[in-house]
Design a protein around this ligand. Structure first.
Ligand code: FE2
Length: 473
């Protein structure tokens, strides 16, 4: 059997709190804080296999740095859905790409309609006002104890969140507040816009009706506007409730309808500007800002949802066998003229774009992402390169991994006195298929091509996952 990234999609062997890691190289003394990541940790429940990468129960993995030492921890999120299935001793819920087991059941369908389905809390982490949360777009945030990774529980933040809350809240560096959105499927389907203030309070800014039930994974934020791209992707909820198919299986793409751009003024959120442009899809935006009355958004752009859906399904099976078609792009919006233009920033296919926290909702010079070393690599598996793209000069600093090492999203950790978005470290959790184990790799963010400064080794693997966040001490 040839080993590859695919061997990482195996259940975690054990859960543990923070314990010392074996360190190769030196941990910079100034690194002081913890990085938390999320992704799937289980791939079946009571023999019922999950059919999609997005379905695994959330596993939070963290590394804590202090005084030149590293400690690691990994724990499953004890979601209400996982606990209920364990109490039942059987699979009960469907998920993004897995049908509910056993066909149609009235009780389960009604309950899903009222309360939503299982929230696997498996996509990203949010550090806000001393608190830590595991996020997944289908449900509320799940609060996690940052020092033990124990699950505290789901929260609606004192009523600010009705239910769905995407895994991609965006921050405004100037005010240290966050905005997030969530799609509440119903009649009508509503887009909830939520503000998380720096003082720890939260509130709902608006609920904007959408034309149909859809999926919105991420959005863009400047200091004055939230920008939501509503692609022509329909979800047929009734087919899911009747047990005919999974959420993913119920989706259909209607390119002829185009992608709707909703520009939401933060000081008048109930009065958005809305217009439609030729269809495109984006899972992720890196950052956004405003310049001369125009809104600039850097995102990973796809021509169609259908190809990325097939590519992701292929990754979960072991080989995508098609081009991912994902390009870091600069989208410029003129809200007055209601136009949008788009240019490619990079020729290699990529995902998981991020900027330095100091640049959140401000003009940025650097985007960090993972990209494919070649078109062939894109057809074979996940990205194999960590890169920083200088978006103004068009140059890229990059590190290519060996064919047995599989990086996750790179998270930039600023030096305390950071002068720019390269003054710090880039940290990635890397899976090695030869040892079937993972390690935290630390790079000097200004010199990725030099290779890692440090590798802090876990004694076990962490399945390839999605997003993380840095929380300074
Ligand atoms: Fe995401």
């Amino acid at each position: 059997v040839t080993r590859s990234f695919h061997s990482s999609f195996a259940p975690i062997p054990r859960e543990h709190g923070f314990e010392p890691l074996r360190v190769e190289g030196r941990i910079p003394d100034e690194l002081d804080g913890a990085l938390y990541r999320n992704g799937p940790g289980l791939f079946s429940i009571f023999g019922h296999g999950y059919e999609h990468w997005f379905d695994g129960d959330g596993l939070v993995s963290a590394v804590r740095f202090a005084g030149g030492r590293a400690e690691g921890a990994s724990k499953l999120v004890q979601t209400p859905g996982l606990r209920e299935e364990r109490e039942r001793g059987a699979a009960y819920f469907g998920s993004y790409g897995t049908k509910p087991p056993g066909g149609f059941q009235w009780r389960r369908a009604l309950r899903t309609l009222r309360e939503g389905g299982k929230n696997p809390a498996n996509t990203s982490m949010l550090a806000w006002n001393e608190r830590l949360f595991a996020l997944c777009e289908v449900g509320r945030p799940t609060e996690i104890d940052p020092s033990t990774l124990e699950t505290i529980g789901e929260t609606d933040l004192d009523g600010a969140i009705v239910r769905p809350f995407t895994a991609h809240p965006h921050r405004i560096a100037r005010t240290n507040s966050f905005i997030n959105v969530g799609v509440r499927i119903g009649r009508p389907t509503l887009l909830d816009v939520v503000l998380l203030r720096a003082d720890g309070t939260a509130g709902r800014l608006a609920s904007i009706p959408l034309a149909s039930a859809t999926l919105i994974h991420d959005f863009a934020l400047t200091e004055r506007h939230a920008i939501v791209f509503v692609a022509p992707l329909d979800i047929a909820l009734l087919r899911v409730l009747f047990g005919r198919t999974s959420f993913a299986g119920s989706m259909s793409w209607h390119a002829e309808r185009g992608t709707e751009v909703i520009v939401i003024p933060l000081d008048a959120p109930a009065s958005p500007i809305r217009f439609t442009v030729p269809a495109f899809w984006a899972w992720h935006t890196a950052n956004a800002f405003e310049r001369d009355g125009q809104i600039v958004v850097d995102l990973v752009r796809y021509d169609s949802f259908e190809t990325t859906a097939r590519w992701i399904e292929g990754v979960y099976r072991g080989e995508p066998s098609l081009d991912p078609g994902a390009y870091l792009s600069r989208v410029t919006i003129d809200p007055k003229r209601r136009t949008l233009s788009s240019v490619k920033l990079r020729d290699h296919t990529s995902e998981f774009p991020r900027v330095a926290p100091a640049d959140d909702a401000r003009e940025h010079a650097s985007v960090y992402h993972v990209e494919h070393s070649s078109a062939e690599a894109g057809r074979r598996g996940p990205p194999d390169v960590l890169a920083r793209v200088d978006v103004d000069r068009g140059v890229t600093d990059r590190f290519a991994f060996s064919s047995h090492e599989w990086p996750s999203e790179g998270v930039f950790v600023p030096r305390a006195s950071a002068k720019d978005a390269t003054d710090g470290w880039l940290v990635s959790l890397v899976y090695d298929d030869r040892s079937h184990a993972s390690a935290w790799w630390i790079f000097d963010a200004a010199r990725l091509a030099d290779g890692p400064l440090t590798r802090a080794h876990l004694t076990h693997h962490v399945p390839l996952g999605f997003h993380g966040c840095w929380r300074p001490s």
